[in-house]
Design a protein around this ligand. Structure first.
Ligand code: ADP
Ligand code: MG
Length: 577
């Protein structure tokens, strides 16, 4: 069984293709969305998802989130004094999803399709594949998130004939993709985006605005009063979401030490003020949208439908902004949180040649321009460092293209072909993918031709070949995003290392989440209520360790009632807030 995984900045989901359709897999709390948050408890055990997200409010130094933004970089993330890389933390999230899938299916699951933002570059894709391997998966395919979203729409609407624009605004990334659907054939025409723009930036902007009203700067507050910021961020996140249903919401500004009971200062947020505050972020969405339209040689009027994907597309201001600026009204027939994972499961079905999808075909494009470094003659001088494209961005894949280059010296014996990805005119602005050494060029004048062939397959694996026509000699190398840059041995070691982390027992995770939730609420109620709540938590904790199931269930029920009556209902993973 191949599972389809949407490994998000904020939330991750896992789906399978079963009984002729894609289906989501519930986590330990019974929900489908697993927050991409990792927490390390005092005893060293690892907590993933909702419980870890809860813990992030009260113990931010033992938790990590948003690490997807660091995929492909060397930056380390510290949790409770331990250093991690982004792929390592992602691998813990993936392993948690794997455990959930195995629990759900009652069998081991070791193959996966994992989605990435279309705009992820080679390094980021490699890092994602490595994360999958460290979680114990064989990664069968890395798929672009909007492509996966399109697969969900395409799967359910196979006879459609239209142009679609998919707008995916998640927690940390923004992607826009233009595609054509025609009789079960899905053709991705162009894709564009920004890997540093998402719903979390909207939250951050709000946090920073609220802090300014009390004379604080976000950066310094984050250093000096981390608890104030973590609690305020949580309040702002809720306020932002609340604006989907209300015209105005209140944000409680916590005290210096991160407490916020009912006596705290309130900040009132109106949706009009929110829109104004977010205008600069919203405006940044237009660039990639226009670039994708230009690359696809289409105008907004050619688009029959705009589809929303990603939790942040629920912000009413986004839809208002787009209809105002572009004259479109996006639709979200499928839950915007779920379409990507469901599409990953459809992709898994395509790979395993499931009969339910045998009339579907899909073609994708390469998101970035691929080329080599060249030298230019400028004013009689040779200047290095220019980029010459071989495959332009948004070319349909698989593709094979040849470019002609030449030697620069008479009798030049060898050359180093440096391969880059990106849109910069100079290579310094692009990403170096690898180098191909070409030697044994036969003697000849400067300017002897060298042919360079780039072949890019559906997995985004680039093969580069250089041919010296005068000798017929060929040199080739595979620049594979799929390869991690690590040897098999190094990967095995990394897998073993990550397997050493023990997860908090799955059947106890929900209770742990309730405990962490209570610990957060303790800081939000009035001192009088606090005493009452703490007493109830104490009894429940005793019941938890007593092993008496009945006593435990009844005290838990009492605790849940009390939380509701205090105005803080504990919401199970499968209930929507
Ligand atoms: P990712 O794919 O990056 O994990 P998601 O698609 O799960 O992200 O979206 C998460 C983002 O969506 C978060 O920034 C969250 O605040 C935002 N979000 C979720 N629901 C809403 C809502 N109702 N209104 C506004 N923003 C929302
Ligand atoms: Mg997403």
């Amino acid at each position: 069984m191949i599972v389809g995984i949407d490994l998000g900045t904020t939330n991750s989901l896992c789906a399978i293709f079963q009984d002729g359709k894609p289906q989501l897999i519930p986590n330990a709390h019974g929900g489908f969305l697993t927050p991409s948050v990792v927490a390390i408890l005092q005893d060293g055990s690892v907590l993933i998802g909702d419980a870890a997200k809860e813990m992030r409010v009260t113990q931010p130094d033992r938790c990590a989130s948003r690490f997807k933004r660091l995929m492909g970089s060397e930056e380390k993330i510290e949790i409770a004094g331990k250093q991690f890389t982004a792929p390592q933390l992602s691998s813990l999230v993936l392993r948690s999803l794997k455990t959930d899938a195995e629990h759900f299916l009652g069998e081991t699951v070791d193959e996966a399709v994992i989605t990435v933002p279309a705009y992820f570059n080679d390094n980021q894709r490699r890092a994602t594949k490595l994360a999958g391997e460290m979680a114990g998966f064989q990664v069968r395919r890395i798929v672009n998130e909007p492509t996966a979203a399109a697969l969900t729409y395409g799967f359910h609407d196979r006879n459609a004939e239209k142009h679609l624009m998919v707008i995916d605004l998640g927690g940390g990334t923004f992607d826009v993709t233009i595609m054509e659907v025609f009789e079960g054939a899905l053709e991705i025409v162009a894709t564009s985006g920004e890997s540093m723009l998402g719903g979390e930036d909207f939250t951050d902007r709000l946090v920073s605005h609220v802090l300014q009203t009390v004379g604080k700067q976000l950066e310094s507050a984050e250093m000096r009063q981390p608890l104030l910021v973590s609690r305020l961020r949580q309040a702002c996140e809720q306020a932002k979401i609340g604006l989907a249903r209300n015209e105005a919401v209140d944000i409680r500004i916590p005290t210096e030490d991160g407490l916020s009971d009912h006596s705290q200062v309130l900040f009132q947020l109106r949706s009009t003020a929110f829109l104004e505050m977010m205008e600069p972020l919203l405006a940044r969405l237009l660039g990639p949208i226009q670039r994708a339209l230009r690359d696809s040689e289409r105008s907004i009027d050619d688009i029959d439908e705009v589809i929303f994907v990603g939790g942040a597309t629920r912000m009413p201001c986004l839809s208002d902004f787009l209809s105002h600026r572009l004259g479109v009204r996006p639709r979200a027939d499928f839950n915007p949180d779920e379409v990507v994972a469901l599409g990953a499961a459809v992709q898994a079905a395509l790979i395993s040649e499931d009969r339910a999808v045998d009339d579907m075909v899909m073609t994708d494009v390469c998101p970035h321009t691929l080329g080599v470094e060249i030298m230019k003659e400028l004013g009689g001088q040779r200047v290095e460092g220019y980029f010459s494209p071989v495959i332009h961005r948004n070319t349909t894949i698989p593709v094979s293209k040849e470019g002609m280059f030449s030697t620069v010296e008479p009798n030049q014996y060898s050359l180093e072909l440096r391969v880059f990805q990106g849109e910069g005119r100079k290579v310094k602005d692009n990403l170096l993918l690898g180098t191909l050494h070409v030697t044994g060029i036969p003697p000849g004048p400067a300017g002897s031709p060298i042919a360079v062939r780039f072949t890019y397959d559906t997995n985004g694996i680039l093969e580069v070949e250089a041919i010296v026509p005068s000798s017929g000699k060929r040199f080739s190398t595979v620049l594979a995003p799929a390869s991690t840059g690590l040897t098999k041995k190094e990967i095995d070691k990394a897998v073993r290392e990550m397997q050493q982390f023990k997860f908090y027992p799955r059947d106890e995770v929900e209770n742990q989440r309730l405990l962490l939730f209570c610990e957060r609420i303790v800081g939000e109620v009035s001192p009088f209520q606090r005493q009452e709540l703490e007493a109830a938590i104490d009894v429940w904790e005793q019941a938890l360790s007593s092993g008496d199931r009945e006593f435990f269930e009844s005290t838990k029920a009492g605790l849940l009632v009390m939380l509701s009556s205090l105005g803080f209902p504990f919401i199970g993973g499968n209930e929507t807030p």
